[in-house]
Ligand binder design. Structure first.
Ligand code: ADP
Length: 498
């Protein structure tokens, strides 16, 4: 089974969020179970500077974009510690920029053009390289055109015949919505610009395009797959998703435990596992407190947050609770993140006013994210919605108890601490339902109280650290899905490359 995974980011080449973690890890696990994946992504500046060995392939691409012909070049690398090939599409005018999608809080004006180019480059590469591909697996709006091209004009060419398409939604809120004249850049017939296909409220919508044209759709948790079939989490596309519900499924993301493992993580002050966490975490906590300038208090509960400062992540709730708690509670907070200015400004003011209790780390740093996962006692994710969420899974493995809102993948992975779940050994965190500051505050109090009950707290940590959220099971589900759509496509076309 040859699967081409087209993605706009992948660890260790370029990352803004969870999609990169998925694209860097899933293919390796797929290769382990016998799928032959090829990853394709843009050759961003960040990717070229990531320190990975990258070689030119000697293939030149010529892509018609609107009225012009844009040239590109193909580079080759590999996912670390694997044989999974990664092909990077180089086009410096589009991708040699400081950010992936924008700079200084503004999206790049030509994002539609950049990803039209990337999608067409993927297809031209298949043709030029003579690859025999069974499934094209597209991810999020940046690659939403791939299923459309394959279902329309490219699908007619012999090399593309019989290719099935899977479209994975990692976050429905980012839709790649562009003014209608960008339709001309795609090269597709204007007849597809209608409310059933590529048009959405007068705009060209690349997320909708992927949802409409793909043979199968999935999202990154079963709960989110349900939630997006109605408002508000359907973000306006709930009708399209309901219409396609027979082809829609949810597969929870996994964790790459090669990377996210407190027993081997070299970013930490001490390594530890499920046996040695009491000592190991104490060292990591003290080191984190020193690093971020909080007083070294071993017994003060330390709450950690890592994430994009966006409304999605529930930072409006955090700010209400934080302001309140900083006045009275003997609790420490460390927040690592960047994003919307209103949150950055407010957190900065609060951190300046309460340096003994709250440290803001206003940057993007993988190693610091790990040190927070290891050194904090609680990890807070009060998301408005969360397609899967990876940080709660990292927290479980690092022995940091997650406090989450019951939505999407958070609901699928975190079991609330109650007397029954303590008794049956399933409790691994704390959960609240209402998107409300009071609900968050009450749940945090429950968690802080449990922190003081050492045997219960250590049980929660042991349960979380022992759980297996690796890619194994999820990769098998992807493999099954690939096989299913491949067979359906073959029986329609009467061909097979398998
Ligand atoms: P999303 O993709 O919605 O941002 P996820 O929880 O799925 O959320 O994944 C977020 C990923 O990005 C995690 O690996 C997290 O550690 C990382 N991350 C987010 N913000 C930062 C930051 N400021 N520094 C380092 N890593 C970050």
């Amino acid at each position: 089974m040859n699967v081409l995974i087209a993605t706009s980011e992948a660890v260790p080449f370029a990352k803004t969020g969870g999609l990169a973690d998925v694209s860097g890890a899933l293919p390796v696990e797929l290769a382990r179970i016998g799928v032959r994946p090829i990853v394709m992504m843009p050759a961003y500046r960040e990717a070229l500077e990531a320190g990975q060995p990258i070689e030119p392939v000697g293939v030149r691409l010529e892509i018609p974009i609107g009225g012009k012909l844009v040239t590109g070049e193909l580079l080759e690398s590999r996912l670390p510690e694997s044989d999974v090939p990664v092909y990077l599409v180089r086009q410096d005018d589009y991708f040699d920029r400081s950010g992936l999608y924008g700079a200084e809080g503004q999206d790049y004006q030509d994002n539609c053009e950049r990803y039209v180019f990337f999608c067409r480059a993927v297809l031209e590469t298949i043709e030029q390289m003579g690859w025999s591909i069974d499934v094209v697996h597209a991810n999020d709006w940046q690659t939403g055109l791939l299923p459309a091209y394959l279902a329309t004009e490219y699908g007619q060419r012999p090399v593309f015949e019989g290719i099935a398409t899977l479209f994975t939604v990692h976050n429905l809120a980012y839709q790649g919505s562009f003014w209608h004249w960008d339709m001309a850049l795609t090269g597709l017939d204007w007849k597809y610009f209608n409310w059933r296909q590529m048009e959405f409220f007068g705009n060209l919508n690349l997320m909708k395009t992927g949802l409409v044209f793909a043979d199968a759709i999935n999202t990154v948790s079963p709960r989110y797959a349900e939630e997006i079939q109605s408002a508000p989490l359907g973000c306006g596309l709930e009708d399209v998703l309901r219409f396609r519900s027979a082809q829609l499924s949810g597969i929870i993301n996994g964790v790459d435990y090669q990377v996210w493992n407190p027993a081997t993580d070299d970013a930490l002050a001490a390594n530890y596992d499920v046996e040695t966490f009491p000592q190991g975490k104490a060292v990591c906590k003290a080191a984190l407190q020193r690093e971020v300038g909080l007083p070294e208090e071993p017994d003060a509960p330390l709450i950690g947050i890592v994430g994009r400062f966006a409304e999605q992540k529930g930072f409006d709730l955090v700010s209400v609770v934080l302001q309140d708690w900083l006045q009275s509670a003997q609790v420490q907070w460390v927040i690592l993140g960047t994003g919307e200015e209103k949150y950055e400004k407010m957190f900065r003011q609060l951190a300046d006013a309460h340096p003994q209790k709250f440290a803001l780390q206003n940057l993007f740093s993988g190693p610091l994210a790990r040190r927070i996962e290891a050194g904090a006692d609680l990890f807070l994710m009060p998301s408005r919605y969360e397609p899967c969420g990876l940080n709660q899974l990292y927290s479980l493995r690092y022995g940091t108890v997650p406090v989450v809102r019951e939505t999407g993948g958070l609901a699928d992975t975190i079991t609330d601490t109650r007397s029954e779940t303590i008794r049956d050994g399933t409790a691994n965190g704390f959960r609240f339902t209402e998107f409300h500051a009071q609900a968050l505050s009450e749940t945090l109090w429950r968690a802080v109280k449990a922190y003081q009950d050492r045997p219960v707290w250590e049980q929660l940590i042991r349960t979380g650290m022992s759980q297996d959220w690796s890619w194994g099971q999820s990769a098998l589900l992807y493999q099954e899905l690939y096989q299913q759509i491949h067979q359906q496509t073959c029986s329609k076309a009467g061909t097979s490359h398998a």
